[in-house]
Design a protein around this ligand. Structure first.
Ligand SMILES: [Zn+2]
Length: 304
């Protein structure tokens, strides 16, 4: 169900910000790409856009996400400080441009791009909404995943097991999310199902839902232990205890929004009630405001 409301416009604007449309306005020269050790052979890279995960070793480098195209050289330079191996695989956690922008460069350099089948679908589709007209997600052919999966797949790489799975609910941050589990290293990369220290973006227009997002997060909490390291899509490196706090925050907000819907509140009245108030100081400082989160929750719950 599509709600031709300001949700659509906001999502289109955010999409533009996160995708190549905004590249011309961004100054990537000033961005520094950092690299930190997460576990033996596993690294997290920061810069602009989504956090990158990397397994490095004798087989070559396996990357999770690749930020924006103008940053590829800096990303490769950061990797070169820890390995001489080429990038052999890139897995995209979802289709957004701040996670897939380097695909074309890395593909040309010989990497195999892998993602959920809905990532490839969304990277090629044009959508039409009455309020904004046609919006295109089209990426250059060289940026598209060449191997896609529906439920998951496993890599046996650098002497380790890397499990990739799409949660069975199917709808979380988008409808094409992948969670990556570096099994022996005890590390997860959660893509944008986890914003550490910030309210998450739930892309309801592209198949996301807050209920599914909470289910994915709960599933990772079940699989994790006290030593697990968790790479969020955005924000600093994290762990199970912090992920649980994030999940509990979202569950509490969802309960309040559901109660408001049951009482017949409109979205505007729901926002007025400020169901996120007790969390805003800790979580509202990112690029998703309390109002945006309430709207995403309201739309998710009203639609399903
Ligand atoms: Zn995203």
């Amino acid at each position: 169900m599509r709600r031709p409301t300001c949700t659509v416009i906001l999502a289109a604007v955010l999409w533009a910000v996160l995708s190549g449309d905004a590249l011309a306005q961004r100054d990537f020269d000033a961005v520094e790409v950092g690299i930190e050790v997460v576990a033996d052979g596993v690294y997290m890279l920061t810069g602009a856009g989504g956090n990158i995960g990397a397994s490095v070793g004798a087989d070559g480098t396996f990357l999770v996400d690749d930020q924006f195209a103008p940053l590829t050289e800096k990303i490769l330079a950061a990797l070169a400080t820890v390995t001489e191996g080429p990038v052999r695989f890139v897995i995209n956690t979802h289709f957004h441009g701040d996670h897939t922008g380097g695909n074309e460069n890395l593909g040309k350099a010989g990497a195999v791009i892998v993602a959920h089948e809905n990532v490839r679908k969304r990277m090629t589709m044009e959508e039409f909404d009455a309020s904004v007209g046609p919006t295109s997600h089209s990426a250059p052919p060289g940026a598209l995943p060449v191997i896609t999966f529906a439920e998951g797949l496993t890599f046996h790489w650098n002497g380790a097991t890397i499990r990739v799975f799409h949660h069975e609910d199917g709808h979380a941050h988008t409808d094409g999310d992948a969670i990556i589990h570096f099994v022996e290293a005890n590390v997860f990369h959660m893509g944008d199902t986890y914003f550490n220290g910030m309210y998450p973006f739930i892309d309801v227009n592209d198949g996301g839902s807050v209920q599914g997002l909470i289910e994915v997060v709960s599933h990772v909490i079940d699989l994790a232990d006290d030593d697990t390291k968790i790479i969020p899509g955005h924000g600093p490196l994290s762990d199970k205890a912090e992920l649980r706090v994030y999940r509990d925050m979202l569950q509490s907000i969802v309960r309040a929004v559901r109660a408001g819907i049951d009482r017949g509140l409109t979205l505007e009245a729901m926002v007025q009630e400020a169901p996120t108030a007790e969390y805003d100081a800790d979580w509202g400082g990112g690029f998703i405001s309390a109002e945006r989160l309430i709207e995403a929750c309201y739309t998710s719950l009203a639609d399903r």
